[in-house]
Design a protein around this ligand. Structure first.
Ligand code: FAD
Length: 378
């Protein structure tokens, strides 16, 4: 049996960032992050790294009675606020450039549509958006098809999520947070409302605190039934292409559910689907063809882009679509999962608030609405 102060189950962006945050707070803790496969290679790798608080808030679903949506926006805004400083610190420790980009994100407005209502709605939920007419578009995003205007969201940034994950892995390793790969945890041994130990086929681990950050797999442990609420996978497919140069498309943007994200190396990522198909990461040519058609209506010259690769990832989603954070009914088990479409954005605030709960028993009003208790009231 291996013993630690903290064992974290799942080395995605949540597990890695919480492990690193705990290390920053306490140099003496023995911390292990146990991963079923390779660290950081599931949803956190498949993602595109847009930092957009409004993504899962729908125009007609935000009202005062639905308090969890407002709490969710507040959590996102707080994370957005601390994001850059967080990135700079991880970059400094790891020496990995995470390609944090601050030029803003565009919401495209098709010809003959009016942006006023959308700008007013964004303002109502707390997001600044400026209208870019066709002159502004010509200056700032010249490859866009004629007729489009846009709302520019200067506060919505983006990060190269794969580099961020790599940086967090380096930061963990350099600060003696142990990452144990190829070690699927299968069993939780529960004694007197606490976890006594956990085990993979090969090894047992015991700790004072356990943190479940297993993404879309977080409710797949039979021993935790009734303790961890249902969290299921939601597939997202992405396709990447090479642009003629890295300035060809200058901003990430979206048109309804379709989005595109240019990277510093001249790639452009396009997507995505939101598919309830279980633990299935296959990609389909029909979906890629659909993406390509959409990209062509937005950037007609994209017909000359060179195809690179397609992939899919499994976003972890809870029953109400919002994250599941903090304490559980077991005294030494904590959870940070179900971040659905905003896990990259929510990483710094999740890490900070989870460390407060675990080390100081401090449950911030910011995460209190996301406790497991909301699913088990009866
Ligand atoms: C296509 C796509 C686009 C996205 N775009 C964005 C975006 O633009 N902005 C944004 O903020 N978010 C985005 N997301 C969402 C974001 O990527 C996720 O919310 C986030 O990565 C979830 O992180 P995680 O650590 O909880 O899960 P994961 O990264 O999936 O990590 C969970 C880890 O737990 C491990 N694990 C599972 N079971 C076990 C076990 N039994 N034992 C040990 N380890 C285990 C897994 O192998 C995995 O490594 C996107 C996601 C996808 C798929």
């Amino acid at each position: 049996m291996k013993s630690y102060d903290v064992v974290i189950i799942g080395a995605g962006i949540m597990g890695l960032s919480i492990g690193y945050e705990l290390r920053l707070r306490n140099q003496k803790l023995r911390i292990a992050v146990v991963e079923k496969g390779t660290a950081g290679k599931e949803a956190s790798w498949a993602s595109v790294g847009m930092l957009e608080p409004q993504l899962i808030i729908t125009q007609d679903s935000l009202n005062e009675e639905n308090g969890i949506q407002r709490s969710f926006l507040n959590l996102c805004f707080e994370s957005q606020f601390i994001f850059e400083e967080y990135i700079r610190r991880v970059e400094w420790v790891s020496k990995v450039n995470c390609e944090y980009r601050k030029e803003g994100i565009l919401k495209l407005i098709p010809p003959d549509e009016n942006a006023d209502e959308k700008i007013a709605w964004l303002a109502r939920i707390g997001i600044r958006g400026h209208y870019w007419d066709q002159d502004e578009i010509e200056k700032n995003e010249p490859a866009l098809a004629e007729g489009f205007s846009a709302i520019h969201l200067p506060g919505n940034h983006q990060v190269e999520n794969r580099k961020l994950v790599k940086a967090l892995i380096y930061a963990c390793k350099q600060t003696n947070v142990e990452i144990i790969e190829n070690c699927p945890i299968a069993d939780f041994n529960i004694v007197n409302d606490a976890i006594a130990d956990i085990s993979s086929l090969a090894e047992k681990y015991s700790a004072a605190h356990y943190i479940l950050t297993a993404g879309a797999w977080s409710s797949q442990f039979p021993g935790l039934h009734g303790i961890i609420p249902d969290i299921r996978p939601m597939r997202g497919q992405i396709f990447s292409m090479q642009m003629p140069n890295e300035k060809f498309v200058r901003h990430a943007g979206s048109l309804d559910d379709f989005y595109y994200v240019p990277r510093n190396d001249g790639r452009i990522l396009i997507g995505s689907t939101v598919e309830d198909v279980g633990f299935n990461k296959s990609v389909s040519q029909d979906v890629t063809d659909e993406f390509l058609k959409k990209l062509e209506t937005i950037f007609p010259n994209s017909v000359y882009f060179k195809a690179i690769e397609s992939w899919a990832g499994l976003r972890p989603v809870s029953q109400d679509r919002f994250p599941v954070l903090g304490e559980t009914a077991l005294s030494n088990l904590f959870v940070a999962a179900g971040h659905f479409r905003n896990g990259i954005l929510l990483m710094p605030i999740t890490a900070r608030l989870m460390a407060d709960v675990i080390l100081d028993q401090k449950v911030s009003p910011l995460i209190q609405p996301f406790s497991t208790a909301r699913f088990f009231r009866d």
